[in-house]
Design a protein around this ligand. Structure first.
Ligand code: FAD
Length: 380
């Protein structure tokens, strides 16, 4: 019997992970992207992404992080290398906002190890940080850095070695009912199953999505500290200041230190906008981080860049069937990468079992526990 066929649009972490999951589930898979992976204009670009259990009141995503780690472990097995650096997580707040207490309550309810710290304890334990003005702090032993660029490149190589074709082509229309894509070069490509994982471009291709998902231009700044080894031993950091906080990725595994902001711009055009940040945008980011990261101005500034999120108003992922022959993966709202491998396996599970159609969107939105049969059983 011939294998069912799948066509995946998008070779970012979501499309490649879906291709991986579908290939493992027995599909003959092809992937199309307008650029060879990793596309420097895609959302999955850059050295790293953060993974952490603390998730505010979104306890569903907190629990899903356990499944995410298991899915990454399965991927590391297939790739033959683990592209993750555990660092632990530190979250700081100057404003006594609701996110840290909600995270703490959810973590405590599940009995997950975490520790509350005062500003003085933060400064004593992490001398590279300034504890001034801190009103709340939480440390967790879990959490770390996924080496995003290397993951995307290694996964693309792995898929190619497994016979999954990754082709450069630009789609201009999705025909979900037929599981088909109309391409800019005049061709139409179709398969038994189509997965649209087009990142911030998805609302252009699926007009119904435009009411739910907004591309959002975001700034990141890369720096190289003199004492990079000391910084590399720091936990990943979330700093939640009242006037807009930032996150810091430590310079692990030879990567730069990175800072980015938490707030969504909800503007910009992923097609037209260059991926270069202005001097003013870089300075705004540095100003957010200067009061917390000691010696920031002695770090070598490597530059700023622009990257796009695809934002759903409640930051709930959109993973659902568009038709009996098509799925969409969207709405990752700046927190999707950590779930990439997991969501790829989940699409493959749902593709095999239409009974899961109703529960897949609710699970992906963080509302319900993992439905039985959605994820593969992995031998120890
Ligand atoms: C700066 C930044 C920091 C982030 N930090 C974190 C983090 O710390 N932790 C976390 O979990 N998540 C984080 N995220 C979010 C995460 O990176 C994204 O959710 C994830 O990478 C989305 O992947 P994707 O495959 O959906 O999109 P993309 O990587 O954008 O892939 C979509 C692909 O579709 C292709 N495509 C689109 N339209 C077409 C077309 N018409 N024809 C052909 N090809 C097309 C594009 O070329 C692109 O390669 C961050 C995102 C950014 C931008």
């Amino acid at each position: 019997m011939s294998r069912p066929t799948a066509l995946v649009l998008g070779a970012g972490i979501m499309g490649l992970s879906a291709a991986w999951g579908l290939h493992r589930a027995g599909f003959a898979v092809r992937v199309l992207d307008q650029a060879p992976p990793p596309n420097p204009r895609g959302s999955s670009v850059d050295d790293h992404r953060l993974i952490r259990h603390a998730y505010g009141a979104q306890a569903g995503y907190m629990r899903m992080v356990d499944d995410a780690y298991a899915a990454w472990d399965l991927l590391w097995r297939d790739l033959g290398e683990a592209l993750h650096v555990p660092t632990g997580m530190l979250a700081l707040d100057e404003a006594r906002g609701a996110w840290l207490p909600a995270s703490r309550a959810a973590l405590a309810a599940d009995g997950r190890p975490h520790e509350d710290l005062t500003g003085a304890q933060v400064a004593a334990r992490f001398p590279l940080l300034d504890g001034e003005g801190l009103r709340d702090a939480l440390w967790m032993p879990t959490g770390g850095v996924l080496l995003a660029g290397r993951i995307v490149a290694a996964l693309a190589r792995h898929l190619a070695a497994q016979g999954v074709a990754i082709e450069v082509a630009r789609a201009f229309e999705v025909d979900a009912a037929r599981g088909a894509l109309r391409l800019a070069d005049g061709r139409t490509e179709a398969a038994d199953l189509l997965v649209v994982a087009a990142g911030p471009w998805a609302p252009r291709l699926i007009p119904a999505l435009a009411a739910r998902v907004t591309p959002s231009r975001q700034i990141i700044v890369r720096l190289m500290p003199e004492d990079a080894e000391a910084w590399a031993r720091m936990p990943m950091l979330l700093d939640l200041a009242a006037e807009g906080g930032f996150y810091m990725v430590p310079p692990v595994a030879g990567t730069p230190l990175k800072i980015g902001d938490h707030s969504f711009s909800l503007e910009g055009d992923p097609e037209a906008d260059p991926r270069v940040a202005s001097e003013a945008e870089v300075e705004r980011m540095l100003a957010l981080a200067r009061r917390r990261l000691r010696g920031l101005d002695r770090m070598r500034l490597l530059g700023g860049a622009v990257c796009f999120y695809d934002v759903e108003p409640d930051e709930r992922f959109v993973l659902e069937r568009l038709s009996p022959r098509a799925f969409v993966m969207s709405g990752f709202s700046g927190h999707g990468f950590k779930f990439g491998a997991l969501l790829g396996l989940a699409v493959a599970g749902a593709a095999r079992d239409a009974e899961l159609d109703a529960s897949l969107p609710l699970w992906a939105a963080g509302d319900i526990a993992t439905p039985p049969g959605l994820l593969p059983t992995v031998p120890a």
